[in-house]
Design a protein around this ligand. Sequence first.
Ligand code: AMP
Length: 671
Amino acid sequence: MWTPHSSLPPLYKPHFSPLSFPAPPHFLSLALSLSTYTYTYTNTHRTYVTHATMPEAPKQTQNNHSSNNNHYSDVALADNKKTKLDFIEEVTRNAGEVQKRVLAEILSRNAGAEYLKRHNLRGGQTDGDTFKKTIPVVAYEDVLPYINRIAAGDSSPILCSDPISEFLTSSGTSGGERKMMPTIEEELSRRSLLYSLLMPVMSQFVHGLDKGKGMYFLFVKSETKTPGGLLARPVLTSYYKSSHFKERPYDPYTNYTSPNETILCPDSYQSMYSQMLCGLCEHAQVLRVGAVFASGFIRAIRFLEKHWTLLCQDIRTGSVNQLITDPSVRDAVARILKKPDPELADFVATECGKGSWQGIITRLWPNTKYVDVIVTGTMSQYIPILDYYSNGLPLVCTMYASSECYFGVNLNPLCKPSEVSYTIIPNMAYFEFLPVQKADEKEEEKELVDLVDVKIGHEYELVVTTYAGLYRYRVGDILRVAGFKNKAPQFNFVCRKNVVLSIDTDKTDEVELQNAVKNATNHLVPFGACLAEYTSYADTITTIPGHYVLYWELILGSNKNNNNNIKIVPPSVIEDCCLTVEESLDTVYRQNRVFEAIGPLEIKIVETGTFDKLMDYAISLGASINQYKTPRCVTFAPIVELLNSKVVSSFFSPKCPKWTTPGLKQWSNIN
Ligand code: AMP
C-alpha cells in the first residue's frame, strides 16, 4: 500500500485533507505525512476514507456508499485493516530512513525558529550529525523560558514555524506545576494516525470486535488559558474536543457505549454516572471495556459499587436521575435509556447486591473479551484488582504516548502485562536514546543512539525531537529494548525516572517526597519530637482509590522537668503532618486528591527499631551494610508486611489539600 507514489495502483488516489501538503515524492514521505493526509480509495464497488481509529481516538474507514448508516461492510473493514498493517510493516522495515526524513522534515520546516538559530543550526543543515553536534540535549527547565514567552503571547516563530495551537499540560511537573508542552494543529492528525493502528492490530488476535461495542470511560479535564490566550489542557481533553474525535464517521471499531456528550461533560460526576448508565443499558453489546489507565477503570468500578442502586432506579423507571443536570447529557442518555427496563434493573441489582464483587465485569458485561487499560509502569500495581474484577480476562495495553508526542503501539496485545513491549512508530517524531548510566560510567561517556541502533536488553532514556518544536528533549521515561519489529525497536516500559510514588497520574519523586516530609516535621518541633527514619508505600490494595502511606519512626521528646516523662505528640498534630505533606506535593497530586482519584494520605507510626529490622532484612537478602540506605519507597510485599506488623498508630489527612486551576502560579511570573 505505502509504495512509491508513481506505482500506486490507479484505483488508489491520494486525496489531501484540509492540511494540504505537496504530493509526497515516494513512499517514505507518504509514510511520514500519512497523518496529514486523508486517503480516498476507490474501486468499482465502494469509496472510503481512512482516518484514525482507537479506543480514545476513533476515526477510521468510512463506508460512504453504504445505504445503511451503521452498516460497515466486512470488505471495507478488511481493507482498512490491511492498509494499517501494511503501513506498520513499511515504516518499521524502513525505520532508519523514515527517521532521517522525519528529522530533515522537522529541521527544514522549522529552519526559521529562534531556538534553532540561537543554537547556530543554519537553515539547510538537516542531517543527523550536524544536528547532534549543534543542538544540546535538554530538560523541560531549559525550554521553559521559551515556553513562557509563547504563553505570554509572543507569536513569533520561537520553537517552531507553525503557530503553537495550544499547550498540552503534562502530568509531569516542574517546580510543582504541570509541564506545558507546545503543540501544533497538525499533531492531532499524527495522534489520530497512531490511534488508527490499534484496532487493526487487535483484530488480528480477537475476532468479531466489530460486532458489538466498547465500554470506555473517557473524560475531559479542566482547561485554562495562558496570559497570551492559548488554551492549556491535557492531551486527551484536547483530542476528545477535536473534530477528529467528535466528528468521527461511523466505524464498528470506534463504536462506544458512551455518547460524545457524556465524555465531553466537564462535570466528572455527571460524566461518570451517564457513561456507566449507558454501559449498563447496552451491557449485552459490550465486547471490550476499558479506560486510558488502569486507575481510571478501577475508579469506574468503584463508582458503580457506590451508585448502583441509583443507576438501577434509572434503568427501572426509564428516566435519568435529576442529579444529571447537563441538558445535552440528559438528551444523549435518554436516546439510549429509551424505556423502563425492570428486567435489566433486577439483573444489575442482583449482581451488584451479591456480597463479592469478584468477576463483576464478566457478570454484568458477559460478552467482554478483554480489558483495555494501561497496566505497564506504575499502573502494574492494579493488575491483581483488575484480575479480581474481571475474573482474569486479558489485560490489554495498546499504546504508549505522552503530551510531548505519541510514541508506539503494542503489536502483541494479548501478551502478559509483564511482557508488554511497545513498537516505536518511526514517523511520530525523531527519537534518540540516552543509555542508562551504569554506576562506573561518567555522564559525558554517554552517547545518544538512534532508534535503529539500540541494543536488545539495554536500557535507555527516551529523547525526542518533535514537529511542534521540542529538540532533543528528555521525556524522563526509561525503556528497555525487548526486541525488534523489522528495524524498529520494541521497548518494555521500565519506569519514569526518579518516580517513587504514584497512584493515578501523579508522579512523586524522591526529592519532592523528602521536601514534603521535611515541611511536615516542623509540626513535631514544639513537642521535642523528631523523625528518625521514614519510608513510603503506594497503597492501592486496602483502599480504593489508593493512597500514599508514610511509615514514620519517631524519636519522642521528654518533658524538661522529668526526663523519664515522654512528651506525647497529639493525634491532631500527626494529622496536620499528613495535610502538610499533601499541601507540599505537586499540583497533579493535589488535583487528583480534590477529584478523589487519590485517597487521604496516611502516616503510620512504627515501633522504635523498626527501620533497624528493615536493614537487617535487606542485609539478609544480600545488601551491603556499608552501602545500605533506607529505601524512600517500598514495594516488596515482605517488607510492607514487616512494616505493617510494627505499626503502633495510624493517622489520615483530615481534609483535601488546596488545588486551584493549573498554571496560575507559573503565569504570575511571566512578565
Ligand atoms: P503525560 O505527559 O501526562 O501525557 O504522561 C505521559 C507519561 O505517561 C509517559 O511519559 C509515561 O511516563 C506514562 N505513560 C504513557 N503511556 C504509558 C504506557 N503505556 N505504559 C507506562 N507508562 C505510560
